[in-house]
Ligand binder design. Structure first.
Ligand code: OFO
Length: 177
């Protein structure tokens, strides 16, 4: 059974993950209007992943006797200055999400809720991966600068990354033998 404090903190995280999904969806839609097919495919996938993070939390809260609340989300920005800005914002956002996850982990320890603490380890690892990937992409974009052909190849690389991500996602959904 979840304590009211942990339940409240988990519901706050549901909102954070839901907003992350909306935020990346807005970025994907903007990238699509700029003809950046690879960037938008990558970001649409990322938005789906964040929605999955939100659902995983909702289901966990409900399984533990709480109530996962579907949040009212604020409107994300609709336009972005450049592809570099998009990924810098993603990195900044993921760093903030990591600190939210850390506070949540902290709340479970205060409440001696080791089941939720254990469940949250998945999010701790996920944040390490997401921050590292965003950092790598920002570094790549710094090297490219304003070079248009560089952006063209970058977009192709992200398309390949999005396809590989989608393929491994399909693999994960297959029943284990
Ligand atoms: Fe949910 O991992 Fe990013 O925000």
């Amino acid at each position: 059974m979840l304590s009211p404090q942990v339940s409240k903190a988990l519901n706050k995280q549901i909102e954070v993950e839901g907003y992350s999904s909306q935020y990346y969806l807005a970025m994907a839609s903007w990238a699509e209007t700029q003809g950046l097919n690879g960037v938008c495919a990558f970001l649409y996938n990322h938005a789906d992943e964040e929605r999955m993070h939100m659902l995983k939390l909702i289901k966990f809260v409900n399984e533990r006797g709480g109530h996962g609340l579907v949040p009212n989300l604020k409107q994300p920005p609709v336009t972005f200055k450049s592809v570099k800005t998009v990924f810098e914002e993603i990195l900044k956002h993921e760093i903030k999400v990591t600190s939210e996850i850390n506070s949540l982990v902290d709340a479970t320890l205060k409440e001696k809720d080791y089941t939720t603490h254990n469940f949250l380890q998945w999010y701790v690892s996920e944040q390490i991966e997401e921050e590292a990937l965003a950092r790598q992409i920002v570094d790549k974009l710094k090297l490219i600068g304003d070079d248009k052909s560089g952006i063209y190849f970058f977009d192709r690389d992200l398309e390949a990354l999005a396809k590989a991500g989608a393929a491994s996602g399909e693999e994960e959904k297959k029943p284990k033998k």
